[in-house]
Structure formats: structure tokens, C-alpha cells
Design a protein around this ligand. Sequence first.
Ligand SMILES: NC(=O)c1ccc[n+]([C@@H]2O[C@H](COP(=O)([O-])OP(=O)(O)OC[C@H]3O[C@@H](n4cnc5c(N)ncnc54)[C@H](OP(=O)(O)O)[C@@H]3O)[C@@H](O)[C@H]2O)c1
Length: 372
Amino acid sequence: MKLKRILKWSARGILLALILAFLVGFIAYWRSTNECDRNTGVPANPMKAIVYCEYGSPDVLKFEDVEKPVPNDNQVLIKVRAASLNAFDVYLIRDSWLGRLIFGLRKPRDTRLGQDIAGQVEAVGKNVTQFKPGDEVFGICRGALAEYACASERALIMKPPNVPFEQAASLPLAGLTALQGLREGKIQPGQKVLINGATGGVGTFAVQIAKSFGAEVTAVCSTRNVDLVRSIGADHVIDYTKEDFTKSDQRYDVIFDNVCNHSFTERRRVLTPKGICVLAGMGGAGVKGSEAIGRIAGNLFTARGLSSFTDQKFAQYRTKSSKQDLIMLGDLIQAGKLRPVVERTYKLNDAPEALRYLNEGHARGKIVIAVE
Ligand SMILES: NC(=O)c1ccc[n+]([C@@H]2O[C@H](COP(=O)([O-])OP(=O)(O)OC[C@H]3O[C@@H](n4cnc5c(N)ncnc54)[C@H](OP(=O)(O)O)[C@@H]3O)[C@@H](O)[C@H]2O)c1
């Protein structure tokens, strides 16, 4: 009798919780709005920018007049000279349930796009001590695809004078991803390192940074990119259209995996007994929909679950904005050990076309937007 009553009340409790969750979700969905809904008038202090009001393909990007941003006390206002695109920009606009949960249920909360920036300081907030108007800087911000953008002082460094704005803008997110990922792999001089997906934004930096650490680098790419990876220092090249690296007899201390298109067992086969596979791109560039979700889930399971039972580790990480690491990358460029590969440069109003190209998943190096 007592058990029956407990079951009855539990069922009512669950039903009530479900109704509440549904109501909260419904309200959150309809309250989720963005700048495009709020601003219908003409901007008082206009600038040109790329904005996206809805989720979707790169076709949703608009080149519009928007309000020029104002820096807060800890920010720097930058006149953008160049920006570069990343796989993250594609994920931000893509219509997926995971994206909606993170970036806004009904519409994207933030309508600005672009993380990598290089430009000239126009104004600084009152707490900013390291920069002054006129300084040439580069780093990470939100909304780099615009004539002006604000960035935190902590996410910027001075641009080396001999490095053009386009090259500086190509460096931050992809360079940090390569550097921090190789550190996750505990890279050491003389080690054998394989870079899968060696010719995209992250891969071209990873090859060169691994070489600067003194590693012996094997690059995996398609036929058309063999010469490119050799030109940036790869010691060995595997053309994935002709050969599967997981079937070779070679063993690697570190696999830096931008593509993650092989299974746990396949990758373990070519790792040394204590080797580390760094999962940089868990979904893989250009992979969409359920295939991307499947790869991400599989690689998370591999990193967090399976690899905890083996000596060979699968490391998953998220790129962090780090001034120290940006300085290190800037120094590598100045020392001539890092040469950004910029495949194409587009004008700001052509950003949708640029993102469409990146979305195909076969960019050679970085795609840059030059802002005039
Ligand atoms: N962990 C993080 O926090 C973090 C941060 C930034 C980026 N990422 C991830 O890192 C990955 C790479 O980013 P990215 O900016 O370098 O992308 P990208 O510039 O679009 O480059 C994609 C590259 O993948 C190569 N590729 C495609 N299919 C391949 C295959 N089957 N085998 C080997 N290579 C293949 C392509 O070369 P071919 O043309 O020769 O096929 C292309 O050069 C993405 O998945 C991105 O999401 C992660």
C-alpha cells in the first residue's frame, strides 16, 4: 500500500518536472533574441560589419551598417586591417541542436562573427596600460569581421613590425590550437610526430611548430598538397588518397589529429607504447550533420573512456586565449621559424564566399579577410 503511494507521488513529481522543464524551455526559446530584432533604426555611429541574424549556411551572413563598438574599461578599440576565418566561425552559424543549446535557442545571441584580428589601436579603456592609440596589434576578439572591433587587453599583443597585417591575423586561433595541442602531446626533440590534416589552418602551423620543437614530422595530406607540406618543413609526407597511415609499420610518439577519421584501435596501432594522440579536431573540418556529431561523440568516448585503461593516451583539449603563447608565436614568426600560409584573401563584403570555401573542408592554410 505504502509502495503504491510512493510510486504514485513519484510519477506525479516526474510529470510536474517535465511540464516545468517544457515551460522553461518554451519561454527560453521565445525570449532568445538578438541585436537584429532590437535595432531597427539607423545606427548613430555606423560602421560596416558582417552579421548573422539566423542560423544556417554562409548565405545567412549579411554585410551591413551597424553601431561602431565602444570599448569597456579593460578593452581596446581596434581599427581592423585584417581578420581570418576558422572552423569555429562555421560552427557558430551552423544550425544544429547542440549549437542552439550553446549559442542561443531560437536565434544566435551574438550576431558578430570572426575571432582573429590584426589592426591599429584607435582608443583604449581607462584600465588599459599596455597599448595606446596608433599601436599595431593582433590577437583574439569577438566580431573581427568588421571595420572596428573591441578586444580585451589580455588577448592582444603588439604586431611584429616586419609581419604584414594579413599574416598576423592568420595566426591567433589556429596557431594557439597547434601550439597548445602539441604541448598536450608532450612533444620532445627527436620524437616522431604525425600531423593528420597537415595542410589546413591548424595543420600548417602544427607542422612548423613541431619542427621548431625539433621533432621529426610526418604530414598527412591529399596529393595536391604534397609540395606545400614539404615546403613548410615536413620530413615525410603520406598522401591519404593513396595510403592509410594507420596501416603502416611506422610508430609515432605523437599523433596530432585534425581530422579524427580513424578508430581508436587503428590509431593505437601506430602509436608507440606510451604515445599520445592529440584530438585537435574532433569532428573534422568540412564534416557536417550526424557524421560530425558521431565523430565528436566517438572521440570524446575514446579520450575520456577507453584511453584511461591504456598507456597510450588520447588527449582532448580546448584552445585557450593566452598572451604568453601569442608572444611565443610572434617570436617564432620573427625568427623565421613560422611562416603563415595564406591561401586566399577576400574583401570584407565577400566574407560569405570566404566562409563557403572554408566550409568545404579543403582550405590550404588560412583564409584571410582584408579590411580596407
Ligand atoms: N581543439 C580546439 O580547441 C580547436 C580549435 C580550433 C580548431 N579546431 C579543429 O581543428 C580542425 C582543423 O581545423 P582547421 O582550421 O585546420 O581546418 P581547415 O583549415 O578547414 O583544414 C582542413 C584540412 O583538413 C584536411 N583534410 C580533409 N580531409 C582529410 C583527410 N581525410 N585526411 C587528412 N586530411 C584531411 C584538408 O586537406 P586536403 O585538402 O589535403 O584534404 C584541409 O587542409 C577542425 O576540426 C577544427 O574544428 C579545434
